[in-house]
Unconditional design. Structure first.
Length: 415
């Protein structure tokens, strides 16, 4: 029967295939917007067909297919689900890339291109896990499900959100996801976005007639300064999750930049866009801006909305509307799966990953919100959302190995 040493031999034997798969995946552009992913999904389904693996398409929107595959070992056991997204950030055409954004070039020990880190490397790790565990299924119990989704980058409704709401087989007992993070961390929770659009309206006037109207842009500037007061409050978490957050602060700094650990449990406020005024010599009659407020795990949207309403009472010409919200969620930082991932990362590369809460969001939240433990383990996000996005080949192979081995441990047949 297959054991973990055999799995590692298979991965080493297939190194060129695993690297080539990711290169081909990057070469099939899937920027979102616009979100068309059929070509990139084809790279996955051709691979699954080549290995005679079961899969089907779930496509509430035809151009944005989700690929779902399940196999049952025929023995009672647990159900592990793998999740990754196919769509990627768009490319800023004014930026010059060292290697083209859709080149999938292999140079200097790295694979280059848009989406290679976020998250085609992680999604490839899921596909490889599905493939190798299918081959090793005689040694396993329970079920394994693969979900490769479209429509992640814009929080859209047709990807993982569709699957968890309409395809109960994707829920399972535990989830693994390879979103970019860091081989030194395992993410067991994430902060949540609350996006609000504020609009200030005044009569407006000629720029010399400031006595006739208040300026919408000046009011917006004062309102923005007041909203900053929402940031900074820290939410203390009790018990094991609080313990893990404190212990993970240094690892969070290393993975997400100095200072990340200090804001994991704080509310933050970012004013992402602002639009106001028509012309330099007109008193603006309208100004609107969008605020991205991040809630920590344990944070309360009602609390924030109450405070926003209090602030708005001082600004009768301003209104606010919600444009996006998802509940913050975390799962057990000391779950069995975390133990498997730590042991395997140590055995494969001598890395000791630490459980942390992520600042940014991922589809893993959808499982956590339903009480299913969900863990994110992926490569470092080099150049994510910028030019020259890349993933180190050895780091990619490390992530593949940790996913394959940890999934194997979780489903291993008890002799
Ligand atoms: Zn992503």
């Amino acid at each position: 029967m297959t054991d973990k040493a055999t799995l590692l031999q298979w991965i080493d034997r297939d190194r060129d295939v695993i690297v080539g798969f990711l290169q081909d995946f990057v070469r099939a552009p899937s920027p979102n917007p616009p979100g068309e992913t059929r070509e990139a999904a084809g790279v996955i389904t051709r691979f699954l067909d080549r290995h005679e693996l079961p899969w089907r398409t779930v496509a509430p929107k035809a151009e944005w297919p989700n690929i779902v595959g399940t196999f049952d070992t025929g023995r009672p056991g647990r159900h592990l689900v793998l999740n990754g997204h196919i769509d990627v950030f768009p490319v800023d055409e004014t930026e010059a890339w060292t290697h083209g954004p859709w080149s999938g070039a292999l140079a200097n020990g790295k694979i280059w291109g848009r989406g290679v880190a976020d998250m085609k490397a992680g999604t490839s790790a899921s596909v490889m896990t599905y493939r190798y565990l299918h081959e090793a299924r005689a040694a396993l119990a329970g079920k394994l499900t693969l979900t490769c989704v479209s429509d992640e980058e814009t929080f859209g409704p047709y990807g993982a959100r569709w699957l968890v709401a309409n395809e109960p087989e994707v829920l399972g007992d535990c989830l693994l996801n390879g979103e970019p993070s860091s081989p030194h961390t395992i993410r067991f929770g994430e902060k949540a976005p609350l996006w609000l659009r504020f609009t200030v309206r005044t009569p407006g006037a000629h720029g010399a007639y400031t006595h006739l109207s208040e300026s919408a842009t000046k009011i917006a500037a004062r309102l923005i300064a007041d909203l900053d007061a929402l940031a900074g409050d820290e939410v203390a978490l009790p018990g094991r999750i609080g313990e893990a957050v404190r212990a993970g602060a240094a690892a969070a700094d290393r993975a997400m930049g100095d200072g990340a650990g200090a804001i994991v449990q704080c509310y933050t406020v970012n004013i992402g866009t602002i639009k106001g005024g028509l012309k330099v010599n007109i008193v603006p009659g309208q100004c609107s801006f969008e605020a991205d407020i991040r809630l920590p795990v344990g944070g309360s949207k009602d609390d924030i909305m109450r405070r926003v309403a209090e602030i708005l009472r001082r600004y009768p010409t301003a209104t606010a509307e919600e444009i996006n919200f998802t509940e913050p969620a975390a799962c057990d930082p000391f779950h069995e799966m975390v133990g498997h991932m730590q042991a395997n990362a140590r055995a494969v590369s001598g890395i000791d990953p630490v459980p942390i809460i992520s600042l940014g969001g991922s589809d893993a939240r959808l499982w956590r919100q339903r009480g299913i433990p969900a863990y994110v383990y992926g490569p470092f996000p080099r150049g994510m959302g910028q030019k020259d996005e890349n993933v180190d080949v050895e780091e990619y192979l490390h992530v593949v190995k940790v996913h394959v081995l940890s999934a194997f441990d979780y489903l291993a047949r008890v002799p």
